[in-house]
Design a protein around this ligand. Sequence first.
Ligand code: AVJ
Length: 344
Amino acid sequence: MPPATVEIRHTPEQAAEALRADALTGLTSMPKWLPPKWFYDARGSELFEDITRLPEYYPARAEREILAERAPELATVTRPGALVELGSGSSVKTRLLLDAFSANGPPDGPTEGGTSVAPSGTPSGTLREFFPLDVSEQALREAAHAIAETYPALRVHGVVDDFTSSLAVPDGSRPRLVAFLGGTIGNLLPDERAKFLTSLRDALDGGEWLLLGTDLVKDPDTLVRAYADSQGVTGEFNRNVLHVLNAELGADFVPEAFTHRAVWDERQEWIEMRLRADRDMRVTLPGIGLEINFTEGEEMRTEVSTKFRREHVASELATAGFELHSWWTDAAGRFALSLARATP
Ligand code: AVJ
């Protein structure tokens, strides 16, 4: 198998244009806000990896626990020809899935004389392709090549795309399994989420699969601590969006003059990350011809991270045209993986 291929559907020019539009909309709104996808330049992606190793940030470990336990069952039930991973990032969790799906398993895995470990005589149960999709080209290239090396029998084709604006599911072997892990769907606002799920359903054939990770509603203390860690890593991650605006738009934000905040919104059932201005400031953004003011204490929203309940997930899936097939949580009930099937 040749090494991984990478296709760019979202060019750096398109990303730059999208950032300018988002910055203009968000920074001229009252209150100011920015969409969370702009955290993830190379430094932001690294800071997020650091977050997943924090003692307070339970979602990553909880999801991994579920994947480790359920991957064999998932493989048996779905028997995918292609795995599509949205927002794949470093694709670490993906290996748990690939180990369960791969025709030949990892090189040192449980092979039988070099032949398939998939149930014999059922080629539809053999995973042929892996399509990681991510907005970050660098993270995607690294992950795609690393995966291709471990799974030589798998065709690995990465796609650089912003799937929140336009979703094209790669045309792989059927049935396809689309994995959207990490709880990232919680970063979408309710109307964005409904649109996203509907367009995903429309891009699939009836009977194809969605594996969706969602963080769950729990006591506010645990939630706030997960987003306001004692080492200040999440604060650095939050302020990174200002570094991105400085680099991309020539802005003159002073990131250290903003304090990280994590607030539980009980009515919306989401965590809101904000940046609070420590003093009055004037900021110039030459890239979009904008000058803005912050007053001392003013808070700008940089992320919502929605927490879910089972009924909530099931009904949103049903509205979009998916039927909930399995609902799996970690032993402590902190995080859920939903396996859903596109209704015919
Ligand atoms: C990448 C969406 C899973 O919302 O929990 C982590 C991002 N923000 N800490 C989340 C994040 C602050 C994270 N996801």
